[in-house]
Every structure is written in C-alpha cells, then in structure tokens.
Design a protein around this ligand. Structure first.
Ligand code: HPA
Length: 248
C-alpha cells in the first residue's frame, strides 16, 4: 500500500475519502498523528501529516522514526513525501514542483537510525541513491499524464531548522551542489530505506531560498501560502493518478 506523508501546505487530502483513523504507539514513541486510512478513487492509501494535523510539530521535533515505523507496521511498501522547499537553482521558482534524485544532509542531533541498539548487528545501510527510482519515475509519469510540469531531479539539502538559512549558507549549499532546501527530508529518507520501504518525494517550491530572487533581503514564508495552495492542488491531481499504480 502507498502512504503519503504531507508537509506544510498539505495537512489533509481533500480528494481522499477517509475510512478510519488509527492512533498508534510505536517502540519509538508516538507518530505525528493518527494514521488516516482512506480511498482515493478505488484505491486505499494512508495519509500522515508530518507536522501534526494542526501543524504544531516543528521539523526538528518530528518523530521520524515513529512515523516510518508506524507506516511500515501497516503493510505500507511505498512512501511518498510531499515537502515544501526553498528554491536555490534559478529554475526552482516558487510554485514549481520537483522530484529530487539526490540529497545532502545538514541536519544534526536527530534520531536518524533504527539500528542504534546493542541488540542489533552493526548495520551500514547503502544510501548511494537515496530515493526509490521506481517511485520517482512513477511520479514523473503521473505528472506528465496530468499535464503538470515537474523538474525531473535535483539535489535536496536537508537543514536543521526551524530557522531559515543565511544567504551565505545558501551560497555554500549551492556550491555543494544543492538545488533546493527543506527541513524534513532527513532522516525520513534513510529511515524509510532502513525499514525497506520504497521512498520518493515531491518537492513543492514555496519561496526563493535566502538571498535569491524576491528573498534577496529576507524570506517571508507567511507570504507564500497562495503559491503553496495552488501548487498543492497540482500535487493532489498528480497523486490521484499515482495511486492508480500504487494503491491497493
Ligand atoms: N528553507 C528551508 N526550508 C524551507 C524553505 C527554505 O527556504 N522553504 C520551505 N521550506
């Protein structure tokens, strides 16, 4: 079954007919909220709001392990993250969508592995290609089928937050090869990989990153809600098409 983790701007799926909600405790604590089971068209999916349904959990306090563990326990095999980002590369303009193919992790102090106890063998998980190529390609195909433009690829920089970046930090990330910046892509992606789940993301560019475009002298995220709303409507259309291939 496909699970969708929604980020800022996507705390619910209006095109999903909710069938039940499941409150869970996991060995890692509580997920961000109840798992929402429902139907998109003829297919069952699970939705989880990463920041909680009232958007109260900041990126560095999301219990990523509990979220992934909870989804894995419910026969989920594919996880699609929807995450808002700041655009670094010049074509990552507000409102555009991208399917990242690489990431760089700048986060720190987060619980970022399931293999941290002495009762499990030391495990070094391969992460050369951090996103599931099959699910990435399916997202690209679905976007194309719906006539929605997506940037096919890009490097996602995961920052600690909750503060935004300095202009110099963005310049450094660009030199590192990053095209977009967000606060939640890690450790979510590695935990999904450790749990054996196929994971990909749709990045929604909410704003120009610090020092770029209209953010030259500051990022005003409170001004991006209109952009985000329109882009999330596109994401919902793409998801409807995607579940045809990945829903149960
Ligand atoms: N930086 C980090 N995370 C973000 C941004 C940003 O500019 N926009 C949306 N999420």
């Amino acid at each position: 079954m496909l699970a969708i983790i929604g980020g800022s701007g996507l705390t619910q799926l209006v095109n999903m007919e909710v069938t039940r909600r499941l409150v869970m405790r996991t060995p890692y604590g509580e997920p961000s909220g109840a798992l929402t089971f429902g139907m998109i068209g003829a297919h069952e999916v699970i939705f989880l709001a990463r920041h909680g349904y009232a958007h109260t959990i900041p990126p560095h306090e999301v219990n990523y392990r509990a979220n992934i563990w909870a989804l894995g326990s419910q026969h989920v095999d594919h996880v699609l993250s929807v995450a808002s980002v700041g655009g670094i590369r010049s074509d990552f303009t507000p409102g555009s969508l991208a399917i990242p193919e690489q990431l760089i992790d700048y986060t720190h102090g987060r619980q970022s592995t399931f293999f941290d106890t002495r009762d499990k063998p030391v495990t070094h998980t391969d992460f050369t290609e951090p996103y599931c190529e099959t699910l990435r390609q399916a997202c690209i195909r679905s976007a194309q089928a719906c006539g929605k433009k997506v940037i096919q690829g890009g490097v996602y920089a995961a920052t600690q937050g909750p503060r935004l970046e300095t202009a110099a930090e963005i310049n450094r990330m660009e030199r590192d090869g990053a095209d977009m910046v967000g606060m939640t892509g890690m450790p979510e992606a590695i935990l999904a990989r450790e749990a054996g789940l196929c994971y990909a993301a749709i990045a929604v560019v909410a704003n120009y990153a610090a020092g770029r475009g209209s953010s030259e002298h500051g990022v005003r995220l409170e001004e991006v809600s209109g952009v985000l709303k329109a882009a999330m409507a596109d994401v919902r259309v793409i998801l409807e098409n995607l579940v045809e291939h990945y829903g149960d």
